[in-house]
Design a protein. Structure first.
Lengths: 78, 672
């Protein structure tokens, strides 16, 4: 199972499940990280964290530990 | 007839720009009751009967953040006649997510579809009529920053408010979630009616699993049981949980209507441009140096190039006024003590604080540009990892950095932090960043004691402040501010040119805020200190301030500082007057030592301090509670006098302990 934090910048995939719980999980869902959404990792911050994502036509950033709760079912290389 | 309207929308969608365009400068800023969430309201320029409230920028109506709860409560309890939902057309999918949730509240709605100019310019289009039909509400394309479509928006709003709206379309649930919502709606319809909230909203919240909604509806045990059963069934059929099911349903519906109405061939020019700029601004190696350079330029402009002349000009102006006033008072034969009160107490005190106004206004000018242009979000992105170590997020970085300039705007800037916990921590830690008003103190002490090593002493002072802030952060993270901060899931908006109107209004707002403080809290504090400094205990005015009440308070407190190495009433007195403004430490010490030149002051200081105790004094001045202006800002932003006092007490205690530690260790190492 590939999680979103392991994806290299430039690569992307399709979301399978959103883990975690409470406010964090709800926030991820609210921001559009729902199952079957296509997402791309655009960049990693200079200090190695957080990461920059592109989904639903906009740019979102989240921390790696949170991205680790998102699994992908299909990974596309650049 | 007066109508109450609400303006709701995501962050970064131009909401403030639209609000400013609708109300002009005719707006009032306050807080929502009980929370430190900012509430702006104003009258619409072309529709005087309507008061519009700018609700916080949110992405959802989940029950987790103060902003979301405030928005929901406002709409449910104040029952606005209409919601203007502003939507960023370049980012329509995610923006419509909030729209669907607002629709469930069954309040008449009009959508302002912002940034349509950008959509058109990049060759994309949105079928507005079709979208309007799908959502069952009027939609007005606008460009808030260019002022396009605003009058049409007001006209439509007026018409909708006065004529009412046909039912908004609820037809966006389907499948299993649809079944569950309607099954639950049957059970609780009457109770929802009694509560005065829409059955649709109540049922949806129950599906989402909000216990508070069950309580609000006064549901019986058996009802709760049935509802849980319905949801269990839904979850089993869908192979997913309730929260994901609902989010998925909403986004699926949005995708469905966007497929029909939104024709997007390519990213907008602004989005492409942002990607280009980010190659430099969030670059792996260059991102941080570029940011530090930008901040250095801002500081240089604020404190040197523009700020210093303005400050001098204002200072000269105030001096001129005071001199005139002195002449008038003299002529009018006003009693000497009243003259002294007005001239030396009120004017000198408030004047010295007022001279900070240019610096504060300028810092906010640059800060709003950074904020509105979208760059601040990048700073947050770049700096997050560093601040996470002390339990904060990247969002606290800018306010803390501003603390090196002046704590007052830094503390005021903490308002942009979305979590109350992060905001409070930032407010407490910011004063440890050595502010520019303390520079004269460093100058005085290094000149007298550390002429050879002044640079080293200065740097060590700054670093010490940062270390203390880090340790305090770690301490607070593990004690009073335990628990997680708000999830760091943040949008990086496209870079846009900030609107001059918004920047100026923001500046004006902060200037007003500061002036209000200068004439209330700071006014009383300076008058009090003046009184203590000029009168003795039998309330007679004293010629020599060594006989004043302040001097005897200083003498009383002085022994407290013996473990820090300076058991001297003059040092203690200077620390008290330093509370009005930090540079007052220098002037007080010169007055009390009767020094008329820097050299005399240096010599006099040698009778008060040893080099080691001078260093310990320096450390104490860096860390102890900030000036009254910063205290007043803390009180306002924390929304509590008690907490502001606790924060000041903490800072002073830390200053005491650190200075004592350094003095005592130094004594062991170097001898007395």
């Amino acid at each position: 199972m590939v999680t979103l934090d392991k994806i290299q910048p430039g690569d992307g995939g399709i979301i399978d499940t959103i883990g975690g719980e409470g406010p964090l999980r709800r926030r991820l869902l609210d921001m559009g990280l729902t199952p079957n959404t296509r997402v791309m990792v655009r960049k990693i911050a200079p200090m190695g964290d957080p990461i920059e994502l592109f989904l639903r036509g906009y740019v979102l950033t989240l921390r790696k530990e949170d991205a680790a709760k998102i699994t992908l079912k299909e990974v596309n290389k650049q | 007839m007066n109508y109450l309207l609400a303006l709701a929308g995501n962050q970064n969608c131009g909401k403030t720009t639209l609000f400013n365009a609708l109300t002009g400068s005719n707006q009032h800023v306050g807080n929502f009751p009980g929370v430190t969430v900012e509430k702006k309201e104003g009258r619409i320029k072309w529709y005087k009967e309507a008061t519009i409230v700018d609700l916080p920028g949110i992405y959802s109506l989940s029950p987790y953040t103060a902003e979301e709860v405030v928005t929901r409560d406002f709409i449910l309890q104040e029952k606005p006649a209409l919601i203007i939902n502003i939507v960023d057309a370049t980012n329509i999918e995610r923006n419509l997510y909030l729209t669907l949730q607002l629709m469930e509240l069954e309040t008449p709605m009009v959508m302002a579809l912002n940034m349509m100019d950008e959509v058109r310019a990049s060759g994309n289009s949105i079928d507005i009529d079709l979208l309007s039909e799908h959502l069952g509400m009027p939609i007005v394309p606008i460009s808030a920053s260019k002022g396009e479509g605003i009058s049409e928006l007001v006209n439509i709003v007026k018409k909708t408010v006065e004529k009412g709206q046909s039912e908004v379309n609820f037809d966006f649930c389907f499948g299993e979630v649809h079944k569950a919502i309607h099954a639950i709606a049957h059970i609780i319809e009457d109770q929802a009616h009694e509560l005065g909230c829409s059955w649709r909203f109540a049922a949806t919240k129950l599906v989402e699993g909000e216990i508070s909604m069950m309580d609000a509806l006064k549901m019986s045990e058996s009802q709760r049981h049935i509802v849980e059963h319905i949801i269990k069934n839904m979850e089993e059929t869908l192979h997913t949980d309730r929260e994901a099911a609902l989010a998925d349903m909403r986004y699926s519906y949005i995708e469905h209507i966007c497929n029909e109405c939104v024709h997007k061939q390519q990213e907008t020019r602004e989005q492409v441009r942002s990607e280009h700029w980010d190659r430099l601004l969030t670059h792996k190696y260059l991102g941080i140096p570029v940011f530090l350079t930008i901040m250095m330029v801002i500081f240089w402009l604020t404190f040197d190039l523009i700020g210093a002349p303005l400050q001098d000009l204002l200072g000269a102006g105030i001096d001129q006024l005071v001199a005139q006033l002195a002449v008038v008072l003299e002529k009018a034969d006003v009693s000497p003590w009243l003259q002294a009160l007005l001239i030396d107490g009120v004017c000198a005190g408030v004047g010295s604080v007022l001279s900070f106004l240019p610096v504060i206004v300028l810092l906010f000018f640059f800060l709003s540009i950074l904020e509105d242009s979208g760059y601040m979000a990048r700073v947050t992105f770049v700096m997050d990892k560093l601040l996470r170590k002390i339990g904060l997020s990247g969002k606290s970085f800018a306010p803390m950095l501003m603390g090196f300039g002046c704590s007052v705007p830094a503390i005021m800037a903490s308002r942009t932090l979305s979590s109350e916990r992060d905001q409070k921590m930032t407010i407490i830690l910011t004063p440890f960043m050595s502010c520019s008003a303390k520079l004269p103190i460093y100058g005085m002490i290094t000149m007298a004691f550390f002429e050879q090593t002044s640079a080293l002493v200065m740097i060590s002072i700054y670093i010490l402040g940062i270390i203390v802030a880090i340790l305090s952060g770690l301490l607070m993270k593990n004690t009073i501010f335990k628990g997680d901060s708000i999830p760091f899931v943040m949008e990086l908006p496209a870079y846009r040119l900030p609107s001059a109107k918004s920047v100026l209004l923001h500046m004006w707002e902060k200037a007003k805020d500061f002036l209000r403080k200068a004439f209330t809290v700071i006014f009383f504090a300076t008058v009090l200190i003046w009184f203590l400094q000029n009168f003795n205990w039998s309330f007679d005015m004293v010629e020599d301030s060594t006989e004043s009440m302040l001097a005897s308070i200083g003498s009383f407190l002085a022994p407290l500082f013996a473990p820090l190495g300076f058991n001297d009433w003059r040092a203690a007195t200077a620390l008290i007057t330093g509370l009005t403004a930090k540079e007052a430490v220098v002037s007080t010490l010169s007055v009390l030592t009767a020094a008329s030149s820097d050299l005399q002051l240096s010599n006099a200081l040698h009778t008060i301090f040893t080099p080691l105790s001078a260093f310990s004094f320096l450390i104490f001045t860096v860390l102890y509670m900030p000036c009254m202006a910063a205290f007043a800002a803390t009180r306002k932003e924390m929304g509590s006098t008690k907490q502001a006092i606790l924060a000041a007490a903490y800072q002073t205690l830390v200053a005491y302990l650190v200075a004592m530690l350094i003095y005592q260790v130094g004594r062991l190492l170097f001898g007395a």
